[in-house]
Write a protein that binds this ligand. Structure first.
Ligand SMILES: CC(C)(COP(=O)(O)OP(=O)(O)OC[C@H]1O[C@@H](n2cnc3c(N)ncnc32)[C@H](O)[C@@H]1OP(=O)(O)O)[C@@H](O)C(=O)NCCC(=O)NCCS
Length: 200
């Protein structure tokens, strides 16, 4: 990152927000990923060592939102819709078009939703806001999530687990399991002793 918080290779004329900490060994393809970012916390996003964040990743993070990625995460283009907290451990592999949402952002009833949609054009970023509390999402280390999957509010995915492509993860996924489908169900268990083969 340059001293003025631009990226030397960036095609978009944006800057990395001041409350975003990206390890010097991490890679962020473009500052465009922060177009919808508006966290006002002292630390809004933290990206660990060796982590790569590619084109298509969007940090749609609200004023009280906080996102943390561990080391050696490979993020191939996820949408992170966060009004509370999205945390991810180390060595996670996130495929194309995965959505992590700790909030739905719009009310369930049509009448309230209409009112919210009428407010969108009055806001500088023209975004909708939730009327119910967000629920944090936790992704443990060594998790692999297949393309087009969606992780819903309040979900935890345990260490070493795999989520099938196009799954909708509505409930917690235990460690060392493969879950898939809509809603995602455990389809296979993995060997937890694998954990002994790597340091963390
Ligand atoms: C999750 C995954 C790894 C599971 O592979 P697997 O263990 O070989 O699973 P199988 O093919 O033996 O399928 C087991 C069962 O789960 C079902 N299943 C597998 N993947 C599924 C998915 N994504 N959605 C719904 N059901 C799925 C199968 O239909 C099968 O059901 P059955 O027992 O009723 O016949 C694989 O299906 C997948 O989705 N991979 C994603 C790959 C990807 O996104 N790559 C991008 C590169 S980062």
């Amino acid at each position: 990152m340059n001293a003025d918080r631009t990226l030397p290779w960036d095609w978009y004329a944006g800057k990395i927000p001041e409350n975003v900490v990206i390890d010097e060994d991490a890679y962020l393809e473009t500052s465009y990923s922060f177009l919808l970012y508006r966290s006002e916390l002292p630390l809004g996003v933290r990206v660990g060592r060796g982590t790569s964040i590619y084109l298509g990743t969007m940090f749609d993070v609200g004023p009280k939102g906080k996102v943390s990625f561990g080391d050696y995460v490979l993020m191939n283009g996820a949408r992170i819709i966060c009004d509370s907290e999205v945390t991810m451990g180390d060595y996670c592999l996130i495929s194309w078009n995965v959505v992590f949402m700790d909030t739905y952002r719009v009310p369930l009833t049509p009448e309230k939703r209409r009112r919210e949609l009428e407010l969108v054009p009055t806001r500088s970023l023209r975004v909708a806001m939730a009327d119910v509390p967000a629920q944090p999402i936790q992704i443990a280390s060594n998790v692999w999530i297949g393309f087009d999957a969606c992780v819903l509010p309040g979900v935890s995915i345990g260490e070493g687990s795999v989520i099938g492509a196009r799954s909708v993860v509505a409930e917690d996924v235990p460690p060392f399991t493969v879950a898939a489908g809509n809603p995602a169900r455990v389809i296979r268990t993995l060997d937890p002793s694998e954990k002994e083969k790597y340091p963390k």
